[in-house]
Design a protein around this ligand. Structure first.
Ligand SMILES: [Zn+2]
Length: 164
C-alpha cells in the first residue's frame, strides 16, 4: 500500500496485493477526511478475513466522507454485490475491470467499465442502469468477444439493498 496524497480532508491510496487482516488501510486515521480515493489496480484478491476487516473499516469512515474506488479487480465488484455492508452508500465503485472472452481464439480481456458511462448507480427512485457493450472486438483476432460474467449479478452493487 502506498499513500499517494494526504491532506487534512483528502486521502489517496494505492492498494496492492491481497486484502487481509494486516492491510495497512484499516489502521489509517480517518478523522476529518471528506474524500478517500482507493486505487485498487494492484489488488490481487480478498479472503473472508479481509472482507470482515473491510466491513469493520467501512463503519469507521466519517459519515460525510465519500470513498471512490478506482480500477477495481472483478472480485471487488463481486464482493460489493454479494456482501451486505461491503460498500456503504457513500462508497462508489468508479471503475471496474470486467472479463470478456473470445470464443474464436480463446483470448481473455479485461474491459475497464466506468461509472456514469457504462453503468449508473440507482439514485432515489431512479433505477440503476447498465450500458456495457454486449461485445468488444478481440485484440488478437478481431472477432467479437462476449461478456464472461453475469451482468445483473456483477452489478448488483448499483442498487444498495439496505439504505441507511
Ligand atoms: Zn479472438
Amino acid at each position: 500500500m502506498k499513500i499517494v496524497n494526504r491532506t487534512p480532508t483528502n486521502l489517496v491510496v494505492q492498494m496492492s496485493g491481497p486484502i487481509g487482516e494486516t492491510t495497512a488501510l484499516f489502521t489509517l486515521p480517518m478523522a476529518g477526511l471528506k474524500d478517500i480515493v482507493l486505487d485498487m489496480n494492484e489488488v490481487t484478491f480478498i479472503n473472508s478475513i479481509g472482507i470482515k476487516h473491510w466491513i469493520l473499516w467501512t463503519v469507521k469512515i466519517p459519515h460525510d466522507c465519500v470513498v471512490r474506488m478506482l480500477n477495481c479487480p472483478f472480485v471487488i465488484g463481486t464482493q460489493a454485490s454479494i456482501v451486505v455492508g461491503f460498500a456503504k452508500p457513500n462508497m462508489k465503485v468508479e471503475t471496474l475491470k470486467v472479463p470478456y472472452i473470445c470464443n474464436a481464439c480463446g483470448t481473455e480481456h479485461l474491459y475497464l467499465a466506468k461509472m456514469d458511462k457504462d453503468y449508473f448507480y440507482a439514485v432515489g427512485s431512479k433505477a440503476a442502469e447498465i450500458l456495457l457493450p454486449e461485445s468488444i472486438p478481440c485484440p488478437k483476432c478481431k472477432e467479437a468477444m462476449e461478456q464472461d460474467f453475469i451482468v445483473e449479478k456483477t452489478f448488483k452493487f448499483l442498487t444498495p439493498s439496505s439504505p441507511t
